[in-house]
Design a protein around this ligand. Structure first.
Ligand SMILES: Nc1nc2c(c(=O)[nH]1)N[C@H]1C(S)=C(S)[C@@H](COP(=O)(O)O)O[C@H]1N2
Ligand SMILES: [Mo]
Length: 519
């Protein structure tokens, strides 16, 4: 094995040791102080404009894994380089490690809610990497008295290191690298385990939800049509979108909601007080602004919560406070028109989702649910604060990143069956799907085959104007290749047009279509 490869591996092993010990120390600095997570979080918050324009307003679960993996690979390459450098120029290599530690510490310190302790994991990790690297580099002598192999005319510092006696040296080197890696992995796993004990799973299991003063409307069996997605989206299938690389663990016993800013009467509500307030149950269909035409970043759930209007009335917003900024435990913000929260719609501080306490990923213990607005301007998870202010005075999280400050959900419809590219037998074919225009309601859904006339589909009963509505249509399919399109009309009389718009800045438009081969 060439010396430079050994040195590179030594660098990677030293970096692994640094990360492992940092994970362990994150037990004190907080889960978001582990350098990978901290740096990843900074990246999330500073996604370049090009990526934003691609319509990524959001980070789903896969984006997060990709981001952390990418950060780890970049770090691995960097560490390899530092290792190679270390033999020839030790001081710059130490500077490289120090830089790594400082970047990690700076990232951790600037995360919302970070205390001074957040710098500890990255700094200690980097400090440990220095002796580990020096030790591993010294295991490979850079001068071989035997000089048996690899001497090249002109000589180079990086010779083949595979002479007699080298097998032994290599084995020793790899063994020590292995030990360092194992200790790093062990430390990392232990750290993860210790921090996860701060999880709120047990507190969530212990919650007993209060009974609603107004139970949910009954969903008639006919609200569900064959071939469309389930009318109520099970929690485990509900789309999840947020910027949190580590899901905030908010213990209800210490949770409070502070309503302040431009109000006459600032108030703070505890979990126990919240649960004593009147709770209602409502079906509301949430949608993400990043949902593409035909996409699945939308779901319908039964929410249990207390109307936010009453709390706002108590806080008594000052005239001119046109924006209610919601802030989550991890510092994320969204801004909702104060008027929308007070206009009598079922805007809820929700504690229950489909009969359970909110899942941790969906905002446990308390989140906002506002019918009719995209999630990024209304549906704050892990909410801890509502600040009354003006749109002119404050931009919430996604606004400086190129998304609209106000964003009602656009009227949309989707074909769930047949799937795009499906094959069918000639004859009657069931076409079915969902349509939504939250808080306005769906009036009509139409289906078009190729360039034929729009045919009116059969609407399933509506549960409320705040939920999606299923539809079905029987198509007399003739052999050949066909395209099916759908469009909805809402109860305001607006019909979806063929105008295509990207999700950015305020939601996609256009007709969903699928291609079907009929044999
Ligand atoms: N704290 C917090 N709340 C958040 C977000 C976030 O990034 N952080 N994302 C919002 C967005 S963009 C959407 S679409 C909804 C998604 O809610 P869900 O993950 O429960 O489906 O949450 C909203 N609430
Ligand atoms: Mo979203």
């Amino acid at each position: 094995m060439r010396i430079w490869i050994r040195d590179g591996l030594a660098g990677v092993a030293a970096a692994a040791a640094a990360l492992g010990v940092a994970e362990l120390l994150a037990v004190f600095g907080g889960p978001r102080s582990a350098p990978l997570v901290a740096v990843g979080g900074v990246v999330v918050d500073h996604v370049p404009a090009a990526v934003k324009d691609a319509g990524i307003a959001v980070f789903g679960v896969h984006d997060k894994t990709a981001l952390l993996t990418g950060t780890a690979i970049l770090l691995g390459l960097y560490a390899f380089g530092v290792g190679v450098l270390a033999r020839r120029r030790w001081p710059p290599a130490v500077a490289g490690i120090a830089l790594f530690g400082l970047i990690g510490a700076a990232a951790a310190l600037t995360r919302p809610g970070a205390g001074a302790g957040a710098a500890i994991p990255a700094l200690f990790g980097a400090a440990l990497a220095v002796p580990v690297l020096r030790h591993l580099i010294r295991l490979t002598p850079d001068d071989k008295p035997e000089g048996t192999l690899g001497e090249k005319p002109g000589g180079t510092a990086y010779r083949e290191a595979d002479g007699p006696g080298e097998a032994e040296s290599r084995r020793r080197f790899l063994k020590q690298v292995g030990i360092v890696a194992a200790v790093a992995a062990g430390g990392g796993a232990a750290g993860r385990w210790l921090t996860s004990r701060g999880a709120v799973t047990e507190a969530r299991d212990a919650v007993t939800l209060p009974a609603p003063v107004e139970p949910a409307p009954v969903v008639p069996a006919a609200a569900q049509v064959g071939g469309a997605v389930p009318y109520v989206t099970p929690n485990k299938d509900f789309y999840r979108i947020d910027t949190a690389l580590i899901t905030p663990q908010v213990d209800p016993s210490s949770w409070t909601l502070r309503i302040h800013g431009m109000v006459r009467n600032p108030i703070t509500v505890t979990w126990a007080e919240l649960l004593r307030r009147p709770m209602v149950e409502r079906y509301v269909t949430l949608a993400c602004v990043s949902n593409e035409v035909g996409g699945d970043l939308i779901g319908n759930a039964l929410w249990l919560g207390t109307p936010i209007k009453a709390l706002l009335d108590e806080a008594d917003p000052l005239p001119g406070a046109d924006q209610a900024v919601q802030r989550s435990r991890d510092g994320w913000t969204c801004g909702t028109p104060t008027a929308v929260l007070r206009d009598g719609r079922d805007a809820l501080l929700a504690v229950g989702m489909n009969g359970e306490p909110l899942p941790v990923d969906h905002g446990f213990p308390v989140r906002m649910v506002v019918p009719g607005l995209y999630g990024y301007v209304s549906a704050c998870k892990w909410i801890t604060e509502i600040e009354l202010t003006r749109f002119a005075d404050f931009d919430a999280y996604w606004v400086p990143r190129g998304w609209a400050a106000q964003a009602p959900i656009k009227t949309q419809s989707r074909i769930d069956t047949p799937r795009d590219g499906a094959a069918r037998q000639a004859g009657p074919v069931v076409v079915a799907g969902v349509a939504w225009a939250q808080h306005r309601g769906i009036a009509k859904v139409e289906v078009q085959v190729d360039d034929g006339p729009w045919e009116v589909a059969t609407l399933a009963p509506a549960v409320s104007d705040d939920t999606w509505r299923q539809w079905t249509h029987t198509w007399q399919a003739a052999p050949g290749k066909h395209v099916l399109r759908v469009r909805a009309t809402d109860l305001d009389g607006y019909t979806q047009t063929s105008d295509l718009a990207d999700p950015a800045p305020d939601g996609a438009t256009g007709w969903h279509q699928v291609a079907v081969a009929v044999g």
